[in-house]
Design a protein around this ligand. Structure first.
Ligand code: ATP
Length: 248
């Protein structure tokens, strides 16, 4: 079975005052994959996400989404419109609004209809919100204020806020930082259930979590790909061993 590449990044270099945060980086992610990106602090993970989402423009290289969409020289909202959603590490839900309202607001913002006083949610949209509530496991909390949720629940709500607009690619930064073991387990189930139908890229430092979710892991080091493979391959890779033992 040949897989279709959804995210195609080649020769990407990003320099900050001569320092290469990304250095001739190549990355290919298949449609439907759940890929984990790991690497020490400063390896370039955030910079890579910034390029994919239009926050940073590279000095050289290319980045394509779904074969035909050039991601470079587009702004962040253009890229969101293409179907790329990004979840930052810290949850930024609207605390004074209910869980349902958070999802509704997100849906309206994604369609730029926030300001319309004539706006009424279609039954299709409210069905989508109900569906997302079910996916993220917060149906029972629908009418609860987001500010009253646990840390883990806020993270799931924020993933839900991306899901309402049905992105093809979800970029998720350190989803389990600060979570309880139970919350971490739920997050693993959530992210693995999202892959397949969509593509999920997770940046994470928690190696037990990475092992529990990813079939394929990419290790970044000094702005390039150091190794790629499943967790066992990564842990037995001589380059990875050398870098990690050398750095500790
Ligand atoms: P972490 O795990 O700490 O988030 P990371 O792998 O995401 O690390 P990046 O944030 O991509 O790493 O940073 C890569 C390198 O580029 C770091 O050395 C960082 O200091 C540098 N860098 C990132 N952004 C800028 C910037 N705007 N100006 C100058 N240097 C930057």
């Amino acid at each position: 079975v040949s897989h279709e590449v959804l995210l195609y990044v080649e020769g990407l270099t990003v320099s900050f005052d001569g320092f290469k945060a990304l250095n001739d980086l190549n990355l290919y992610i298949d449609d439907g994959e759940l890929r984990c990106l790991i690497g020490a602090n400063g390896a370039g993970k955030t910079t890579l996400m910034d390029v994919i989402t239009g926050k940073t423009q590279p000095y050289s290289g290319m980045a394509y989404f779904g074969q035909t969409h050039n991601l470079l020289n587009k702004n962040e909202s253009d890229i969101a419109t293409l179907g790329i959603g990004r979840k930052f590490q810290k949850p930024t839900v609207f605390e004074q609004h209910t869980v349902f309202e958070n999802l509704e607001l997100s849906l309206r913002m994604s369609k730029a209809i926030l300001a319309s006083i004539f706006y009424r949610m279609s039954s299709e949209q409210s069905d989508r919100i109900a569906e997302v509530l079910d996916i993220i496991g917060l149906s029972k909390q629908s009418n609860q204020l987001a500010g009253a949720l646990s840390h883990g629940q806020k993270q799931w709500l924020e993933i839900g806020m991306l899901l309402v607009s049905d992105p093809r690619l979800l970029l998720v930064d350190e989803p389990v930082a600060g979570m309880t073991p139970q919350e971490t387990e739920h997050t693993a189930e959530l992210l693995t259930s999202l892959a397949g139908e969509r593509t999920v890229v997770v940046v994470e430092h928690d190696m037990a979590f990475v092992r529990s979710i990813a079939k394929k892991v990419t290790v970044l080091h000094q702005g390039s790909v150091l190794a790629e493979g499943n967790m066992d391959e990564i842990q037995n890779n001589p380059d990875v061993i050398e870098v990690y033992l050398g750095e500790s």
